[in-house]
Design a protein around this ligand. Structure first.
Ligand code: NAD
Ligand code: DAU
Length: 340
């Protein structure tokens, strides 16, 4: 492993992963291949600018010609696929781009990986593929997949293709299923950065339904460490859950953000629930622990680091909360609340 193509590397987790790799592995060259959708931000890659081991290519993973040209030009031996349409609410509003990028795009990458006899193809997947998990159950990697949103269904589709390429063509693949990440460069349409930036501005925190849904919020750099571990020590053809193994109610997450910023709980506003909202995700992470991984941050530490980052980096998020973002916000929160 020497020349790594990180697709979707200008997004939230991808950019954190790039900084992690550049810092940890002195011998690796990193090429980010990213379409720069609304969620892809070159600012996220600023710390890598000027590094001779880093290159950026603007391209669409659905474009086979662009993908193969990059692999050839940079002698790529490893692909880590983060590229995706990632927001569940947007996938409910409009699922076209979700299926194209998340399923067809993954297929294009797999074909290219096969053609160039790539050493490793790693797929970044999600705990959402398991569907809603009733307490006290925890999802294990061998459990059936029951995705319930266009987003999670598309991610499950991609996973099936990845596994099929392992079985059918012997492509060396691994997959990780991560829980909710939080941390620097998190696009403020997702709950934690949305609530944090709204709270800083004394704006309402829109909680879906009763707020008793549960998520396993993990620090993004812990997730990056886990992907790194699986890339180096994971078994080919295997899938690994990545999370803390501890779930938090959304309403408690919102209260903690407000407490951390010294803002009143009265900013919490209950709004119409997400359609088909999965009530709880919960992972069994023993398979990853057996590889030697343990998360370095618990929820409180991860949340505090995240809130501080947003307080200190208004230059990053203020320009995002304009233009297209406001159109989306209106549709998602204002118009929807009125219609219901
Ligand atoms: P993000 O939305 O912040 O970033 C996605 C990136 O993919 C962006 O840079 C975007 O420009 C790029 N992209 C989108 N379509 C593309 C295309 N057709 N071609 C090339 N690039 C394209 O997403 P994220 O939160 O960083 O998630 C990254 C990956 O991790 C996704 O595969 C997601 O499903 C998975 N995941 C996310 C979480 C989470 O909590 N955020 C948890 C588990 C798994
Ligand atoms: O579980 C992993 C997944 O986590 C990833 O695969 C997805 O790409 C990522 O977006 C995330 O999905 P969620 O839907 O869980 O994340 P989101 O931040 O959108 O929502 C977190 C929880 O908060 C969820 O239960 C919905 C709720 N929520 C969300 C928003 C945006 C609210 O109550 N209000 C909101 O305004």
């Amino acid at each position: 492993m020497k020349n790594i193509l990180v697709t979707g590397g200008a997004g939230f987790i991808g950019s954190n992963f790039v900084h992690h790799l550049l810092g940890k592995h002195a011998g690796y060259n990193i090429v980010v291949f990213d379409k720069l959708t609304y969620a892809g931000r070159l600012e996220n890659l600023k710390p890598a600018e000027g590094n001779p081991r880093f290159a950026f290519v603007r391209g669409d993973i659905c474009d086979a010609g662009a993908v193969t040209a990059s692999i050839r030009e940079h002698s790529i031996d490893t692909i880590v696929n983060f590229a995706a349409e990632t927001h569940v609410d947007r996938s409910i509003m409009e699922s076209d781009a979700v299926v194209k990028t998340n399923v067809n795009g993954a297929h294009v990458l797999l074909e290219a990986a096969r053609e160039f006899e790539i050493e490793r193809f790693h797929q970044i997947s999600t705990d959402e593929v398991y569907g809603a998990i009733p307490a006290p159950n925890r999802s294990k990697e061998g459990d059936p997949l029951e995705p319930r949103s266009p987003y999670s269904a598309s991610k499950a589709g991609a996973e099936h293709l990845v596994y099929a390429y392992f079985v059918t063509y012997g492509l060396p693949v691994t997959t990780t299923r991560g829980s909710n990440n939080i941390g620097p460069y998190h696009y403020p349409e997702k709950a934690v950065p949305l609530f944090t930036t709204n709270a800083i501005d004394n704006q309402p925190l829109p909680i879906y339904g009763d707020g008793k849904q549960m998520r396993d919020y993990q620090y993004v750099l812990d997730h990056c460490e886990a992907i790194d571990l699986v890339l180096h020590h994971g078994q080919l053809g295997e899938i690994y859950n990545v999370g803390t193994g501890v779930e938090t109610h959304n309403i408690d997450m919102a209260r903690k953000i407000l407490d951390s910023l010294g803002k009143p709980h009265s900013l919490i506003t209950h709004v119409v629930d997400r359609a088909g909202h999965d009530r709880r995700y919960a992972l069994d992470i023993s398979k990853l622990r057996a590889l030697g991984w343990t998360p370095s941050h618990n929820f409180d530490q991860a949340l505090e680091l995240t809130v501080r980052w947003f307080v200190e980096n208004e230059w990053w998020w203020r320009p995002i909360k304009t233009g297209e973002y406001l159109d989306y916000y209106r549709k998602q929160y204002v118009e929807r609340a009125v219609a219901n």
